[in-house]
Write a protein that binds this ligand. Structure first.
Ligand SMILES: NC(=O)c1ccc[n+]([C@@H]2O[C@H](COP(=O)([O-])OP(=O)(O)OC[C@H]3O[C@@H](n4cnc5c(N)ncnc54)[C@H](OP(=O)(O)O)[C@@H]3O)[C@@H](O)[C@H]2O)c1
Length: 181
């Protein structure tokens, strides 16, 4: 499995339930990498999408504790997509193990963990690759962080993209691999 995340300084990933920054090129990269694939996410991340609808053309596996939070809107969107011939799916699970069981026969590069913070942490032990878009925005106001992959010695950066600019923020696409994988 692969985690895909956008981090600001000190691995900050969110504030007040939202992203730190929306970088259009990063959104495009996210869509390109995950389209047609399976995405694992937490219920809060699903709720943050427009109309709480699952991501189109992807299998959305959503971890949820409290079944009362299941979204009829999401199910309706899924049914509409199926009716229009798109391959969107929404599946709720109650544990990381249940998510792993569902994807165990898929190629590991076809499964992306897309957040939020709690799900990144829960699923990281099952992942060998992390696609990290680093940006140099200050962590000011951040309340949500990704694990610092440089802190434990378990990960190595295998790709570091050229720096790009968006509204004064510098960002680059990077890839980390687990050392013993
Ligand atoms: N920078 C990025 O790339 C990026 C990407 C995604 C998200 N984010 C940010 O991350 C933040 C959201 O992160 P978050 O940690 O609050 O939310 P989250 O990980 O999206 O979802 C948390 C929810 O997942 C469910 N859950 C968690 N652990 C579970 C388990 N072991 N078994 C079953 N269900 C479980 C619970 O659902 P219920 O309690 O609802 O039942 C929990 O409330 C936001 O600020 C968002 O913008 C950043």
């Amino acid at each position: 499995m692969i985690e895909i995340v956008n981090v600001s300084q000190n691995w900050a990933i969110g504030r007040k339930g939202g992203l730190m920054i929306h970088i259009p090129a990063d959104m495009q990269y996210f869509r390109r990498m995950t389209k047609g694939k399976t995405c694992i996410m937490g219920s809060t991340t699903l709720e943050s999408f427009p109309n709480m609808a699952p991501l189109k053309d992807r299998v959305n596996i959503v971890l949820i504790d409290d079944d009362r939070k299941k979204r009829p809107e999401s199910v309706a969107a899924q049914e509409k997509d199926a009716a229009e011939g798109r391959s969107t799916k929404l599946i709720y699970v109650h544990s990381p193990q249940e998510a792993c069981e569902l994807v165990k026969d898929l190629p590991k590069d076809d499964v992306y963990v897309i957040g939020g913070a709690s799900i990144y942490r829960l699923m990281l032990p099952y992942c060998d690759t992390c696609l990290v878009t680093h940006n140099d925005l200050s962590e000011e106001g951040a309340d949500t962080y990704y694990p610092d992959l440089t802190a434990t010695g378990e990960w190595t950066m295998t790709e570091e993209g050229e720096p790009q600019q968006y509204e004064g923020v510098t960002f680059r696409f990077c890839r980390y691999e687990r050392k013993n994988s």
